[in-house]
Design a protein around this ligand. Structure first.
Ligand code: PDD
Length: 281
């Protein structure tokens, strides 16, 4: 693979970041994940806008303009010949040359910018969509600024491992009795013709796929209700699903051992997946 590090395209074996990089020492960094279908970036503008916001919220300097970032994305897709897959952009507060809690001066410590691709042939035609996901619920013990897409992914990783150990696919996180989001996706239920998902706040990541899917749902005359819901309500719903840049729209068929609806992928979830992929391609 050819990767990108601080202005250079390099074979991955030659790419280097300092041991004093704040991403490594402090998880002081943000990231974005954009999908690629037919060699095209999906919703780059949305990801770039969210990145800009994440950087601003953390008072972190932008290492490049949106136009420059787009150019690097395109170049990496080309150099790695990606037809279907993902592209990751990671920005940290850089390498101050030593360990210190205080933020370094951005004038002398520029941010670190790393980008790499993952080839995933068959991403759009993922057969898991026809099977659906089985999920468990876990408490949401993450920090209070989940709207910022930071690289602090330890708890989501632990959540995925808890699901795996339970023989399931993923986990939804619960706080004060209601579902916040999935470990790496936004969470939805369907009741009749209404799509229900938690409203945007600092409690969840403002999914780029979420924004697109809710727009398509409204355009298709579906009702969209942005409110909290419980695990019990989700288990009793007609359908459940998740959205993310890597999963698009993926049905959820079981929650904590209880089937959702008929226990098979829901009609509305599959319809939204189809619309999302059609509109993206
Ligand atoms: N995860 N919520 C969380 C906690 C996420 O990590 C993600 C994305 C989403 C969905 O956001 P979007 O639709 O913009 O991808 C919601 C990415 C895919 C990841 O970490 O791999």
């Amino acid at each position: 693979r050819t990767v990108y590090v601080n202005g250079q395209y390099l074979p991955e074996e030659e790419a280097r970041v300092s041991i004093f990089d704040r991403g490594f020492l402090m998880a002081d960094g943000v990231y974005e994940v954009t999908s690629i279908l037919n060699g095209k970036l999906i919703d780059f503008a949305g990801h770039a806008a969210r990145l800009e916001r994440s950087l601003k919220e953390l008072e972190m300097a932008a290492p490049a303009t949106t136009e420059e970032l787009l150019e690097i994305h395109r170049e990496l897709v080309k150099r790695n010949d990606i037809d279907e897959g993902m592209i990751y952009l990671q920005i940290t507060r850089g390498n101050p040359g030593d360990r210190d809690f205080a933020f370094p001066d951005p004038e002398t410590t520029p941010p670190t910018l790393v980008m790499f691709t993952q080839s995933k042939p068959g991403l759009a035609a993922n057969p898991v969509a026809q099977k659906g996901l089985k999920i468990i619920s876990i408490p949401d013990i993450r920090w209070g600024r989940r709207d910022i897409k930071t690289v602090q992914l330890l708890y989501p990783s632990m959540g995925k491992m808890m699901a795996k150990k339970a023989g399931k696919d993923d986990a939804w996180m619960v706080e004060d009795g209601t579902v916040t989001e999935g470990t790496s996706n936004n969470a939805y239920i369907v009741s009749g013709n209404a799509i229900i998902t938690r409203a945007l706040s600092n409690d969840i990541l403002h999914g780029i796929t979420r924004a697109a899917v809710l727009r398509f749902a409204r355009e298709a005359q579906m009702e969209v209700i942005e409110r909290d819901f419980t695990i019990a309500e989700a288990q009793a719903a007609d359908e459940a699903f998740i959205t993310s840049a890597s999963a698009f729209v993926m049905p959820v068929v079981e929650i904590d051992g209880a089937p959702v609806g008929t226990g098979t992928p829901g009609r509305i979830a599959l319809r939204l997946r189809e619309i999302y992929l059609d509109e993206s391609l």
